[in-house]
Design a binder for this molecule. Structure first.
Ligand code: PMP
Ligand code: GLN
Length: 395
């Protein structure tokens, strides 16, 4: 019984389960960009519409009356197409009935995977910089997030550091390639090393592959699902929001071996139960043509190259971008006091004074590590990118 005296109006004292968490940087920067009418290259979302055919398929599904609860696991036609795609691209067969689950965005897939894996005081390794939902998810599950830094500057994984971070309490590792925010991708050697490292252990893997269809030649996407020693312990997660320019639809999936999926679905069914029906039918019909996702690297490569060519006219140092729709730049070579600013202060200044929004990389580190790098999203119309470049050239 809570015996704290209460007035009629005041709520009982609520001790936060996530005391260190505020509003996500993406929301904060988008709001600031809107307030100052800045070109928003911060939060990762396209400023152009999805393919009209996809919209037509979804509308058609609605008109056909496909509007009630679908299977708790996701519409079977969609799960079948996902299984076919993974088999075709990565050579791994997942059973659509027992091993693939459609989720409400990758965010929910990641949370549900963590909730079904992580017990009180379990350690979960995250490779920093990392997407901002991982650590709060681990903490909500009662676990402890153990950050392992990717090499500053190159954002490559250091396996000595990773192996030193593994303890008997390590329950899982979260990996993400293509990587948000750095745009790096894992090599075959990286995946083989991870496979060798984990083989003698009972450690699980959450592989966030939401940008799998945005990898630029000569690189190709290497999925954890292609590596049997990794796939057997992994939840492999991808997002239709990213692939089909519909981030607001919040539809994704996880593929995992039967025993892992069985536990995942126990959480999923009491978390969202299922995901909206017409979008799933629409996606299944649309994805019948594999070109809808296989054409994506070419589409985004043109945007990346346009944006990078524009950045050449600025004082930023341009970092490599092998995948994702993010481009990082260093602010260390800027003039005067700009180079000395914290990433956050610089991003605020950039919105207010230059009219362009970016995201500070420090937001992707538990301790706010600041290395003078900010991230731009180039999933934008050509005119948006050109306007941003015009403004950035003034610095
Ligand atoms: N993982 C990464 C690395 C992301 O960048 C994002 C953001 N889009 C997500 C997961 C979440 O994806 P979704 O919008 O499908 O929830
Ligand atoms: N994934 C997107 C990014 O990194 C944002 C998603 C969100 O706003 N939560 O920008």
């Amino acid at each position: 019984m809570n015996t704290v005296p209460q007035t009629l109006e005041s709520s009982p004292a609520l001790e936060s389960k996530l005391p260190k968490v505020g509003t996500t940087i993406f929301t904060v920067m988008s709001a600031l960009a809107q307030e100052h009418k800045a070109v928003n290259l911060g939060q990762g979302f396209p400023d152009f519409n999805a393919d009209p055919q996809l919209i037509d398929h979804v509308s058609q599904a609605m008109k056909e009356g496909l509007n009630q609860y679908p299977s708790m696991l996701g519409v079977l036609e969609l799960r079948q197409i996902i299984a076919d795609k993974i088999k075709h691209l990565y050579g791994k067969s997942y059973d659509p009935v027992q091993e693939i689950t459609v989720t409400a965005g990758a965010t929910q897939a990641i949370l549900s995977a963590i909730l079904c894996l992580v017990r009180a005081q379990d350690e979960v390794i995250v490779l920093e910089p990392c997407y901002d939902s991982y650590v709060p998810n681990i903490e909500l599950a009662g676990g402890v997030a153990i950050p392992v830094a990717l090499d500053p500057g190159t954002f490559r994984i250091n396996f000595d550091r990773l192996s030193r971070a593994i303890t008997p309490k390590t329950r899982a590792i979260v990996v993400n390639s293509p990587h948000n925010p750095s745009g790096t991708t894992w090599s075959e050697e990286d995946l083989q090393k991870l496979s060798d490292l984990l083989e003698p252990t009972g450690i699980f893997l959450i592989s966030d592959e939401v940008y799998e269809h945005m990898v630029y030649a000569p690189k190709v996407h290497l999925s954890v699902s292609s590596y049997p020693q990794l796939a057997k312990r992994a939840f492999v997660i991808s997002s239709f929001g990213k692939t089909f320019h519909v981030t607001g639809w919040k539809i994704a999936y996880t593929a995992a071996p039967k025993a892992l999926t069985h536990e995942f679905r126990k959480v999923h069914q009491f978390n969202v139960f299922t995901v909206n029906t017409p979008m799933q039918h629409g996606l299944a019909r649309f994805m019948g043509d594999a070109q809808t996702y296989l054409g994506l690297p070419e589409f985004y490569r043109a945007k990346r190259d346009l944006f990078r060519a524009g950045l050449e006219r600025t004082r930023f140092e341009i970092l490599p971008c092998e995948g994702t729709y993010f481009q990082c730049v260093s602010i260390k070579g800027l003039k005067g006091e700009l180079a000395q600013m914290t990433e956050s202060a610089f991003c605020e200044w950039l919105i207010k004074e230059i009219g362009v929004a970016a995201i500070p990389l420090s937001a992707f580190y538990m301790n706010g590590f600041d290395q003078g790098i900010v991230r731009f999203c180039f999933a934008k119309k050509e005119e948006t990118l050109n306007l941003a470049i015009d403004r950035l050239s003034q610095i």
